[in-house]
Design a protein around this ligand. Structure first.
Ligand code: IMP
Ligand code: MG
Length: 178
């Protein structure tokens, strides 16, 4: 991990709130009369998840899954490991997977396949940030907040080497010359 870096705001609090509310309203409309279960992908989605579920006026349930792929660098190792499985029975349920950011799409594809094995009634994908430029997996995103360029982002749940998840804004990380 390179410790010589700075960061600048990429998405401010208002832009984040607007994006979260917009997704929440779509979910509220499309799941009217239903009781979806939202599965947050740890650790990155924990702040987005907390804001999203409070903006959705539905009798929803929450669960969490934890996977690792990135290690402590800015590049994915391309392999995904299940660290913590969901604890709910999602068979026959309307499930929404909630991601912080979809980059290559490898993580989401892994989680989607894993949840599909439980035979949910429906399965949709939601992410706050979509980084399509590096996508290698063919994935349909049902609810997305902000499309971002190929930059490494931190804050609002996203980390660099497990740090900076507690920033209120989403920032762009820039490495400085030694
Ligand atoms: P993917 O498998 O390449 O789509 O990566 C998904 C995961 O990688 C996300 O859930 C994040 O944890 C992490 N990730 C991807 N891009 C970034 C970034 O710009 N900042 C922080 N984490 C990222
Ligand atoms: Mg991460």
């Amino acid at each position: 991990m390179n410790s010589n870096y700075k960061y600048t705001t990429f998405t401010n609090e208002k832009q984040i709130t607007d994006a979260v509310r917009c997704i929440a309203k779509q979910i509220e409309t499309e799941y009217k009369g239903k009781q979806p279960i939202l599965i947050g992908v740890l650790k990155g989605a924990f702040i987005f998840m907390a804001d999203l579920v409070r903006a959705v006026d539905l009798p929803l349930e929450v669960d969490f899954i934890s996977v690792s792929s990135y290690g402590d660098s800015t590049e994915s190792c391309g392999k995904v490991k299940l660290d913590k499985d969901i604890s709910s029975n999602v068979t026959g349920r309307d499930v929404i997977i909630v991601e912080d950011i979809i980059d290559t799409g490898i993580t989401t594809t892994f989680i989607k396949k894993h949840i599909e094995e439980c035979k949910p009634a429906s399965l949709k994908i939601c992410c706050l940030l979509d980084k399509p430029s590096r996508r290698t997996a063919d994935i349909d995103i049902d609810y997305k907040g902000i499309t971002v360029p190929d930059k490494f982002l931190i804050g609002y749940g996203l980390d660099y080497g497990q740090k900076h998840r507690n920033l209120n804004t989403i920032c762009c990380l820039e490495f400085e010359d030694e």
